[in-house]
Design a binder for this molecule. Structure first.
Ligand code: ARG
Length: 471
């Protein structure tokens, strides 16, 4: 029989349905979607720390031979040095950081490497690594929040008595001091630090030894590995240990809330540096120019902090959605937990550093702040209060009378204290010259001496106290 002409065969590695545009076959696509190494390589130090603790425990429990254990520990040391020095080869094929380190260990020490994964799974391994990573990031975050608080407190001390108009509805409300306003942010970032501390305390339990999900038949010592890694105790339930990501959610939630705080401050800096306010001047180091308008001093860093808070909210949302409805225990969906956390950590760190820089360097313009406070009748409430306290008018009537006085000042284009006594008397005949003392910004500030109020003496004490609590 004559041989049939050979038809060109379709490339075996190409999917007939959707492979047309792909040079690589489904195996490569699978590897691409499956690989997390580009993200989770940041866990290398934590992965090695976890492996060290696990290996030492296996040796102590007689689960692996001492000689093998020592080889493993030496190999891990070397791998850590290689990665730290950028001398380590990463490849998509090896999926994640855990496989990379194990494969390298195999090359370095041979079959003994295979004993490290006894009584362990990547499921408890990755949960352990991730907790360790977030724990140390939280510790650093505390110092970053602290640096910002210190910059704010230093400005607050400088400006404990510097008047600025306080706002509600972004309309001039009552005089406050610039220091008092800045200390409000010190409180906010203090709560952020508290949240980070809470998160740290709750995450500090060890999943290691939960293995895939059910625990293990080897006589492991979970308390020993927990202790070695600085965890307070082993997690109580092996299924929870491998499926829980509350600690990542809490981290993202606290980052998102800090993002709210940072963006509010950033927005105020944008307003304050705009010529309509001109309350604050940023240093050249934190200002950019325009390529076309030579007069411009743009607060780009503040605008970027304002915008970057959006990423923090998005990252929280993205992990909430990834975890929602996931059946217990581990699912590969959970591999998607790291990117949002790393991104949030980087974004928050950068936003904090930029805000600290802006705050530390900024120069307040006390004259501009006072000008707006006076021009926009910030002491109108003080006038009404004077009418109540001195003339014993009912507050509602005092409010009405003050309204008419403000309208007159507005008509004349003068500050309240610039009106003539006769003009005031035309509206309320019993007013006498003592009223002028109540109309000054200084009198208004000094009068608000209630606890937590803006009186300069209160602000000075508050700044001193803040200095102590900020550390
Ligand atoms: N790269 C994985 C992750 O980050 C590690 C755990 C893999 N576990 C598994 N059963 N495939 O989640």
């Amino acid at each position: 029989m004559p041989a049939k002409p050979r038809r060109p065969r379709p490339r075996a590695d190409r999917n007939r349905l959707w492979g047309g545009r792909f040079a690589a076959g489904p195996a490569a696509i699978m590897a691409a979607i499956n690989a997390s190494i580009d993200v989770d390589r940041r866990l290398y130090a934590e992965d090695i720390a976890g492996s060290r603790a696990h290996c030492s425990m296996l040796m102590a429990q007689g689960i692996i031979a001492r000689a093998d254990g020592h080889k493993i520990l030496k190999g891990l040391d070397r791998i850590e040095r290689e990665i730290a020095a950028g001398r380590f080869r990463f490849a998509q094929r090896l999926e994640d950081i855990h496989m990379h380190i194990e494969a390298r260990l195999q090359t370095l020490i041979g079959p003994a490497a295979g004993r490290l994964h006894t009584a362990r799974s990547r499921n408890d391994q990755v949960a352990t690594d991730f907790r360790l990573w977030i724990r140390s990031r939280l510790d650093r975050l505390d110092r970053e929040f602290q640096a910002l608080q210190r910059a704010l407190v230093a400005q607050a001390e400088r400006h404990a008595a510097t008047p600025m108009p306080g706002f509600t509805h972004l309309q001039v409300a009552q005089p406050v001091t610039f220091g008092h306003h800045l200390l409000a942010y010190v409180e906010m970032f203090g709560r952020d630090r508290d949240r980070a501390r809470d998160c740290r305390a709750r995450l500090n339990e060890s999943p290691l030894g939960a293995a895939a999900l059910a625990g293990t038949s080897y006589p492991i010592d979970r308390s020993a590995t927990a202790r070695a890694l600085g965890f307070a105790r082993p997690m109580a339930n092996s299924i929870d240990a491998v499926s829980d990501r509350d600690f990542a959610l809490e981290f993202l939630a606290l980052a998102a809330i800090a993002g709210v705080h940072l963006s509010r401050l950033a927005e105020e800096i944008v307003l304050w540096t705009s010529p309509g306010f001109a309350f604050v001047r940023l240093s050249d180091a934190f200002t950019t120019g325009s390529s076309i308008m030579p007069q411009k001093r743009n607060p780009d860093a503040a605008e970027l902090v304002r915008a970057k808070s959006g990423r923090l909210f998005g990252n929280f949302q993205s992990l909430l959605v990834a975890l929602k409805g996931l059946p217990l225990a581990y699912g590969k969906d959970m591999q998607e937990d790291k990117a949002p956390v790393f991104e949030a950590a980087d974004t928050l760190g950068l936003a904090l550093a930029a805000t600290t820089g802006m705050v530390a360097d900024m120069k307040a313009d006390a004259r501009a702040m006072r000008r707006m406070a006076e021009a926009d009748y910030a002491t109108a409430t003080d006038l009404a209060d004077w009418l109540v306290k001195t003339l014993e008018l009912p507050f509602r009537q005092a409010h009405e009378t003050t309204g008419r006085i403000v309208a007159l000042a507005a008509e004349r284009g003068v500050a309240l204290a610039e009106l003539a006594l006769a003009d005031l008397r035309a509206i309320e005949p019993r007013i006498d010259r003592r009223v002028f003392r109540a109309l000054t910004i200084e009198a208004s500030l000094a009068s608000r001496g209630s606890f937590g109020g803006t009186a300069p003496r209160r602000v000075r004490t508050a700044a001193r106290r803040a200095k102590r609590t900020v550390g």
